[in-house]
Each structure stands twice: as C-alpha cells, then as structure tokens.
Design a protein around this ligand. Structure first.
Ligand SMILES: Nc1ncnc2c1ncn2[C@@H]1O[C@H](COP(=O)(O)OP(=O)(O)OP(=O)(O)O)[C@@H](O)[C@H]1O
Ligand SMILES: [Mg+2]
Length: 253
C-alpha cells in the first residue's frame, strides 16, 4: 500500500452500460461522475433507490466492471486483477447461494479461495475450522451441503468464505436483505464483530437505513447515478443535508 493512501479512491468515475446490438445500441448511464474514498478499516454505507447505481459502483470497486471514464485506485494504485486472486478483496451477496456451490460441501467452498492460491489441504482444513468458529458455526457443518443449512447459516458460510483470505476490503451488497428480521440482527452483529477483529475496509450497500447505520462510519447517498451526499453516520442520521436523503430517512421514520 502506498503510504497514507485510502483503500478505495474514485475520482470523476463514470460507468455507462451498452445494451442491445450495435445498430440499435442503448447507452445506460449507471454511474455519472463520482468522487468517493474509503479509508483503511472504514465502512462506508451506500444507500439509495433501486437502479441508482449502488451495485455498479460496488462492482467497480471489486474490479468486475471497468469504469467508462475517471480514476479508480485500490490502495493508491490502479486496480490489478491479481488482487482478486490473492484474496485482497471480496464480496458478500444478498443470496449466499451465489457464493456456495450447491454440489460442494460447505467446507470445500470456504477453502476454495485458499486452494486457488495453492494452500495445502491440511492447512485449509485448519483455517476453515478456525473461520467457522469465528462466524459462530459448529465445525461439523463443514461437511454439509448448502441445501442442508438454514438461510442464516448459509449466509454465515458465505461470510466465512469471503473472509478466509483475510481481505483488506469487502463489499456487502444487500448482505442481510434476504434474511428473516431476527436473523438479520444476528448477522449484523457478526459483521460488526468481524470489522473490529479484522479491521477490513468495507462498502455496505443496503436499502435498510437502520442496518446501514448500525455498521457504517460514513454514509453515501446515490440518486440516478450520482452521489448526492456523503457524511459521517452520526451527522447524516441526525441532520441529513440533501432533500433526497431526508426523503429516504422519512420513509422509515
Ligand atoms: N449489466 C448491465 N447491463 C446494462 N445495464 C445494467 C447492467 N447492470 C445494471 N444496469 C443498469 O444500471 C443502472 C444501475 O443499476 P445497479 O444495479 O447498479 O443499481 P442498484 O442501485 O444496485 O439497484 P438495486 O437497489 O435495485 O440493487 C440501472 O438502470 C440498471 O438497469
Ligand atoms: Mg443493487
């Protein structure tokens, strides 16, 4: 990491999707001109309406979508694909099914990012056991298939997989949205515990203003591809500056 560099830094970043065949191409401006930074160990909450560009922005940070224009730096340097291979960053999706192969026992799914790096089976097994304990799952569950777990257990498994390489940055994209309310708070507590223990930086994308407040240091609000407000969580929830931010908060008050 370049000394003093933020984990994530975006300047004038834009993403325009191209849809349809060349002779009838439709351009979809998903992210318009975003300046945003996430410091080491910081969690930025990203809220905003459906289709406002949150997932697209998260995918740029993961190196999965190439910006159409602007700058994106990871730890002060242009993004390199090897970062993903090395497990320097990872993602937790709304649906744990996307991260867990239904035909693999959960233990193997969790170990997969390490196996790709050539870590031996015995070391993997040891690390998987430790990781399961960290996410509050019994070691015995490593032998089960994802279909043999509850939704909450599956999401804990997916979190274990995303953490196994000790990433320095994690995107949580609606990570608790599909869970029952009681399970949601357990998983949010788990995320907070892991933030404190591991110190990773994170982007927490959510429709849920209360959940976002619970885990975020700062909040960014997106509307139609623009970031319209960025503020420390305490300021934001006490005194939101942008009319759209007030609308979002009023909707749940
Ligand atoms: N692969 C794609 N190809 C073309 N357009 C896309 C693609 N992915 C997203 N879009 C469009 O880009 C815009 C932003 O989508 P995005 O998924 O980033 O929004 P979002 O804020 O995550 O929405 P939600 O809250 O519903 O998940 C939308 O208009 C969407 O239709
Ligand atoms: Mg989304």
């Amino acid at each position: 990491m370049t000394a003093g560099a933020a984990t994530i830094e975006m300047r004038g970043l834009a993403v325009t999707y191209r849809k349809g065949p060349a002779w009838r191409r439709i351009l979809v401006p998903a992210v318009k001109h975003v300046d945003l930074a996430i410091a080491g160990g910081e969690t930025l909450g990203l809220v905003g309406g459906s289709g406002s560009g949150k997932t697209t922005l998260g995918r740029v940070m993961l190196g999965l979508v190439r910006p159409t224009s602007g700058t994106f730096l990871f730890e002060g340097r242009p993004f390199e694909v090897r970062l993903r291979k090395q497990g320097a960053l990872s993602v937790v999706f709304q649906h744990p099914e996307w991260a867990l192969n239904p035909r693999l026992r959960c233990g193997s799914s969790i170990a997969e990012p390490l196996r790709i790096q050539g870590v031996s089976r015995s070391v993997c097994r040891e690390k998987v056991d430790g990781m399961l304990a960290e996410v509050g799952l019994d070691a015995e569950l490593a032998g089960r298939f994802p279909g043999e777990l509850s939704g909450g257990q599956r999401q804990r498994m997916a979190i274990a997989r995303s953490l196994i390489t000790r990433p320095r940055f994690i995107v949580f994209d609606e990570a608790v949205s599909a869970l029952d309310v009681s399970v949601q708070s357990q998983v949010l507590n788990l995320i907070r515990k892991l933030q404190q223990e591991h110190g990773f930086a994170a982007l927490f994308i959510s429709h849920d203003m209360a959940a976002t407040r619970y885990v975020s240091d700062r909040i960014a609000v997106m509307q139609h591809g623009d970031v319209v407000e960025v503020a420390p969580a305490q300021t934001f929830y006490g005194r939101p500056a942008h009319p759209y931010s007030r609308e979002l908060l009023d909707a749940v008050a």
